[in-house]
Design a protein around this ligand. Structure first.
Ligand SMILES: [Zn+2]
Length: 51
């Protein structure tokens, strides 16, 4: 189902929806955020600590 999300976003338009950074992007869980933001979001969502 992730491919559908990519198609919607388009090529090279994947950015962190929190800080806008395109580096270290994570699209797991359909979050589309960077690693940095993911760590903070993961806390709230209860995900296992990443990295
Ligand atoms: Zn971010």
């Amino acid at each position: 189902m992730v491919q559908q999300e990519e198609r919607y976003k388009g090529k090279g338009l994947r950015r962190c929806k929190l800080c806008g950074n395109s580096r270290g992007m994570i699209r797991a869980h359909k979050l589309y955020i960077c690693r940095r933001c993911f760590r903070e979001v993961a806390k709230e969502l209860g995900f296992v600590k990443y990295g």
